[in-house]
Design a protein around this ligand. Structure first.
Ligand SMILES: [Zn+2]
Length: 299
């Protein structure tokens, strides 16, 4: 089954709803990066959230990146999505292991750490991207993103993210929800939503106990008049190509390329997002060098 995001509303349009079942693409990410269970859970949560943030973008060519670093052993987690919710990402230490606090529960907070920030970068096709950040609350991703929304974007939101992994390391379920209260909404709505989210329990349970995303929405917002507006198929997708790596090499400058030629007689670059390798021969490097500027020229 393909990963999906459902967009909807409730309370007569006063609440925006996004519900994602990303079991399929988190499995893909795990295969690509060979992540340990806790790294799979952390990356899976960030990929899910970023894919939803992608779907929230207005412009077709807009892009969004989420970066989290809490000084924990996993290092940095990065995910980037386009406006269709197609997402890619990686973590610095995919094989990270940490002790569980509760048996059977992955300790994402300990792997991520909380001594750092969540940064959200929106590339809306303007001269400069919009960059917002906020200190991490607990490194569990969901609450960190909710705090970012509240204090960096002044957008009250409830965020639930979860990845459950079987004993054989396959993904049992992965997904999440983001509920946002629009401006000028009745104060009671926030209270009712908060209670409802508490009652509903974990998103993993909701996914496991529901046939589809619509049923998750109905369970979460029963009696609050939820409506489906749109459904999106989303995926783990890397759009890297040789041209992008050529540009990266050119931007290194003449001296750096010269070093690669003299010391290695070529170069091999690897994409962080999909592990695809790109080889450049000495000849190719020599022709790229012609397009590069030297440090002297830059000054
Ligand atoms: Zn790639």
């Amino acid at each position: 089954m393909k990963s999906k995001i459902l967009r909807g509303t409730a309370f007569d349009g006063q609440v925006r709803i996004f519900i994602a079942n990303t079991t399929n693409f988190v499995e893909k990410a795990k295969e690509i990066h060979q992540t340990s269970p806790v790294a799979t859970a952390a990356l899976g949560r960030v990929l899910t959230a970023t894919s939803i943030l992608g779907v929230m973008l207005k412009g077709e060519r807009d892009k969004i990146t989420t970066r989290i670093n809490g000084q924990g052993p996993i290092g940095t987690i990065i995910a980037t999505s386009d406006a269709s919710g197609n997402v890619k990402g990686y973590v610095t230490n995919p094989q990270v292991m940490v002790e569980s606090k509760t048996p059977g529960k992955l300790n994402v907070g300990a792997a991520v750490g909380k001594d750092g920030e969540i940064t959200v970068i929106k590339d809306l096709g303007l001269k400069n991207p919009y960059i917002g950040n906020y200190p991490l609350v607990n490194g569990e991703i969901g609450e960190d993103l909710a705090a970012y929304f509240m204090y960096s974007e002044q957008q009250p939101s409830a965020v639930g993210l979860g990845v459950t992994i079987e004993k054989d390391y396959t993904i049992k379920s992965a997904g999440g929800f983001i509920l946002q209260i629009l401006p000028d909404t009745d104060e009671n709505v926030a209270y009712i939503l908060e209670e409802r989210v508490k009652e509903a329990g974990s998103i993993s349970k909701l996914i496991e106990n529901s046939r589809d995303e619509k049923e998750i929405m109905n369970q979460l917002l029963e009696g609050l008049n939820p409506k489906v507006l749109e459904e999106y198929e989303v995926d783990y997708f890397c759009d890297c190509n040789r041209g992008r790596f050529e540009k990266a090499l050119i931007s290194l400058g003449k001296e750096e390329i010269m070093t690669l030629i003299e010391e290695d007689h070529g170069a091999e670059l690897q994409c962080h997002f999909c592990n695809e390798k790109y080889q450049f021969s000495q000849k190719e490097l020599e022709s790229l060098m012609k397009e590069a500027t030297s440090t002297d020229e830059k000054l």
